[in-house]
Write a protein that binds this ligand. Structure first.
Ligand SMILES: *Cc1c(COP(=O)(O)O)cnc(C)c1O
Length: 423
């Protein structure tokens, strides 16, 4: 293992532990594939943001699409987070996890009327609106309920987040936000709608951002807009700067949240906006490196061109490699110090060539060994599917020496529950 392990993951007595819990024991007790999360790692990641924003009026809204398991939400809500949601389903999860409605912000390009109604009925903090048409529908829905919807407009600052095209959202030519050139007229329109109360401005430039420059550029662009919007007579109470901060998957070196935020706050101060409430929507950076996925080697299949390690986790559990050619480190749970390593493609049982978890990995392993897929806390379980009628994995939350099951493994019966056989 050349690179250091993520926080709270250690090799003790020859085997991987998350906090004080040996991962092999969890795999034996709960089966594989199994997601294991560290509460301390989540709180440590959150603490960096809290330090970075200390002394400021702020609200950290965890972007729950990264990992929406109820117990994970509870950890973050109890530690003071609000939540950023993108669907009516996420709203119900947020409420079930005990999040105060006024600490919920609702993002996303395609909100349905029913979702808007429910969010207004429970009294969420803010809708982040992404188009003129959405503004008009939200206005109409709010008026029909005799309410005013608090809104921010998501602006597209047209900066290159220098990340994978599928997770870059702040450039012209993608579906997110209102184009820079149309922001002012959209704010004027929103301010004139009786069913809307303009409260802020919002942006989110992409995901897995590992450089400071795109954030600094976006902040400049957003503050230019704030000045123009307020000069047009529309006051803004908060500035929501979105999420997107990257994590270390494979030697990546994103800025730490408590190093990034002082630089961004300095820009706010320099331009006289230091008193505004700052909102942020981090997802991946709070939970990504706080989770691993344990999987068992089912078979070794050496070949002429490629050697395959066939494991019991697959693209339905860990969709990021298939979707974005993403890299997850894969480490043996009990490294074999004595054995020579072989170069393997680590693949799942799903009937797709795209079903791989890692390519060309040097590993000393045998059939029956356990592997840990690292950095699996974000955009893994939340993106898991039932493809090939594979039940979704179980989940466990570790806290010190304690391990709490937080989701049962999905059975075939669970998967068929909503279906109807023909007579
Ligand atoms: C996905 C998303 C986030 C979180 O992004 P991360 O890269 O996980 O931090 C925040 N805000 C919005 C609007 C999003 O769509």
């Amino acid at each position: 293992m050349s690179l250091p392990l993520p926080a709270h993951l250690t090799l003790r007595h020859g085997e991987l532990h998350f906090e004080d819990v040996p991962l092999e024991r969890l795999a034996r007790e709960h089966g594989t594939p199994l997601f294991v999360y560290s509460k301390a790692a989540i709180l440590q990641a959150l603490a960096a943001y809290q330090r970075g924003l200390a002394g400021r009026k702020h609200l950290i809204c965890y972007a729950m699409k990264a990992n929406s398991s109820l117990a994970i939400l509870q950890v973050l809500v109890r530690a003071g987070c609000g939540l950023d949601i993108v669907s009516g389903g996420e709203l119900e999860r947020a409420l079930a996890a005990g999040c105060a409605p006024e600490r919920i912000v609702f993002s996303g390009v395609g909100k349905q009327r029913g979702e808007m109604r429910r969010a207004l009925e429970v009294g969420i903090g803010c809708f982040n609106v992404e188009s003129r048409a959405e503004l008009d529908v939200l206005d109409e829905v709010a008026r029909s309920m005799g309410l005013r919807a608090r809104v921010s407009i998501r602006v597209n600052p047209d900066v290159d987040a220098k990340t994978h095209p599928y997770i870059s959202t702040g450039l012209k030519g993608n579906k997110f936000g209102i184009a820079h050139s149309e922001v002012l007229q959209t704010y004027r329109h929103a301010a004139a709608c009786a069913g809307l109360e303009v409260v802020g401005i919002d942006c989110h430039i992409g995901s897995q951002i590992t450089e400071v420059a795109p954030y600094l550029d976006a902040m400049d662009r957003v503050l230019d807009l704030v000045a123009a919007i307020e000069a047009a007579g529309v006051p803004l109470h908060h500035i929501d700067f979105g999420g997107g901060l990257g994590i270390d998957y494979n030697g990546d070196t994103p800025p730490a949240a408590d190093a990034l935020w002082p630089q961004l706050l300095a820009k706010l101060d320099a331009r006289g906006y230091g008193e505004r409430t700052v909102m942020i929507e981090p997802g991946r950076s709070l939970v990504g490196n706080a989770g691993v996925c344990l999987t068992e080697v089912l078979f070794t299949k050496p070949g002429e061109q490629k050697n395959f390690l066939i494991v019991d986790a697959a693209m339905n559990d860990l969709p990021r490699p298939a979707m974005y050619q993403a890299f997850h480190r894969i480490e043996p749970v009990r490294p074999r110090a004595d054995a020579a390593s072989t170069v393997w493609d680590v693949v799942g049982p799903v009937c797709e060539s795209g079903d791989w978890l890692g390519r060309d990995r040097a590993l000393a392993v045998q059939q029956g060994d356990l592997l840990a897929v690292l950095s699996a806390g974000a955009y893994c379980m939340a993106m898991a599917s039932n493809y090939n009628t594979r039940g979704r994995a179980a989940e466990v939350l570790v806290d010190g020496a304690m391990a709490t099951p937080i989701r049962q493994r999905e059975s075939a019966a669970d998967q068929m529950r909503l279906e109807t056989l023909l007579p």
